[in-house]
Design a binder for this molecule. Structure first.
Ligand SMILES: Cc1cc2nc3c(=O)[nH]c(=O)nc-3n(C[C@H](O)[C@H](O)[C@H](O)COP(=O)(O)OP(=O)(O)OC[C@H]3O[C@@H](n4cnc5c(N)ncnc54)[C@H](O)[C@@H]3O)c2cc1C
Length: 357
């Protein structure tokens, strides 16, 4: 049986940031990650031509102060999302898309150079190989008098503390906890929205910025879809070119080939036949990702119960913490929330005596 002081469940932004902060303070942690990759809802796919397409988290703003500071600390530059002064707007499928002016943008969005996964890679440099187990979905956690026991298949790990970074609703579906958490907390978790858990993203890479030659910026909005929003996803150096956006949520009910056909049709409508000369098509259907999304018992609204105060209490006498972006007091659901949640757990752990017992 393996042992650890702090066991972190989930190698997304929260888990990796918590590991980073704990190691800076001289503590060791072990991460168990269900997927075969780190990053969770941060996932930059690199096409065979080297185009980085962010299939999950992409944008940050100056208001995300802790994230901005971490990026500076890790020497990760950002660049402004290009929107342009006008966009295409599609109201009805049968009508031509119109060109509409965009209002001045006083709160621009930024992207991380190299893709958002550059942040995951930089944090992973502070995670020794032996301190992370991939393809290790946790199934059960059992708190006993002599420690907390975590189970994944044949693996058992005994630790002083366990920190879950799963979206709360997912945790209630995937992991059996013994003793059970309070009923009121379980109900809250079941009614906590997983931010962007229903989203579908698609990205298309090209050999040139052909849409700009035609006077477009690549920004488009549609009431019909499949893309509801589309943006220029070209890299900072303007050496690799792509368009990327969100598809209508109900596109999850179609198969991948049917979705792609609809995307192609809409791109041709927006930018002409040249739009079919793409080098790669990438998509991520987040509601089909079992380690992000789980069905809700009752419908929930976007951000419902995100940041609820019940998430910022230790459970099991300070041996179990609920972390993850949705639990953060500030900017829950966003990357900034993931950082703030990791900072809160880090503070709780380093200020309590739990780790020295
Ligand atoms: C399509 C999309 C677009 C987004 N856009 C933005 C954006 O532009 N800006 C922004 O700020 N935020 C955005 N977000 C939100 C952002 O991605 C999240 O806030 C952040 O990545 C959450 O990190 P986390 O570590 O808290 O959770 P997660 O990334 O969900 O990490 C949880 C981890 O737990 C793992 N896991 C799950 N079950 C188990 C198990 N049983 N055992 C072990 N491990 C398990 C998962 O695989 C995952 O790695 C977006 C999200 C999506 C999906």
């Amino acid at each position: 049986m393996r042992t650890a002081d702090v066991l972190i469940i989930g190698g997304g932004l929260t888990g990796l940031t918590l590991n980073y902060l704990l190691r800076k303070a001289g503590y060791a942690a072990l991460i168990l990650e269900a997927r075969g990759r780190l990053g969770g809802r941060i996932w930059t796919k690199t096409t065979t031509e080297g185009v980085n397409i962010d299939m999950g988290a992409t944008w940050l703003g100056q208001k995300h102060t802790h994230l901005v500071q971490l990026l500076q600390e890790l020497n990760l530059p950002v660049f402004q999302q290009r929107l342009g002064a006008k966009a295409l707007f599609e109201q009805h499928q049968q009508d031509k898309a119109q060109i509409v002016p965009l209002p001045p943008n006083n709160d621009p969005s930024y992207r991380i150079q190299g893709g958002t996964s550059a942040l995951i890679q930089a944090l992973a440099r502070h995670l020794p190989d032996e301190a992370v187990l991939l393809d290790t979905p946790v199934e059960k956690i059992h708190a006993k008098a002599d420690g907390v026991y975590t189970f994944s298949g044949a693996l058992t790990i005994k630790s002083k503390v366990v920190v879950s970074t799963l979206p709360p609703n997912l945790l209630t579906h995937r992991i059996k906890l013994q003793p059970a958490l309070p009923d009121s907390l379980i109900r809250l978790m079941q009614q906590t929205h997983t931010w962007m858990g229903e989203s579908i993203k698609a990205g298309v890479a090209y050999k040139s910025l052909f849409w700009r030659k035609d006077g477009q910026e690549g920004t488009a909005f549609s009431h019909t879809g499949p893309f509801t929003e589309l943006y220029d996803h070209t890299d900072a150096e303007e050496g690799h070119f792509a368009l990327k956006g969100f598809l209508r949520n109900d596109m999850a009910n179609l198969g991948a080939p049917a979705r792609k056909r609809l995307v192609e049709g809409q791109l041709v409508k927006f930018f002409g036949q040249h739009a079919l000369n793409y080098t790669s098509y990438e998509e991520a259907v987040w509601p089909a990702e079992p380690f992000t999304h789980a069905p809700y018992e009752h419908p929930v609204l976007p951000h419902q119960n995100n940041g609820h105060e019940m998430y910022r209490k230790p459970y099991w006498d300070g041996r179990f913490f609920l972390a993850g972006s949705e639990t953060a007091e500030t900017f829950p659901g966003y990357m900034e929330g993931a950082l703030r949640s990791a900072e809160w757990v880090h503070q709780e752990l380093t200020q309590s005596n739990t780790l020295f017992k």
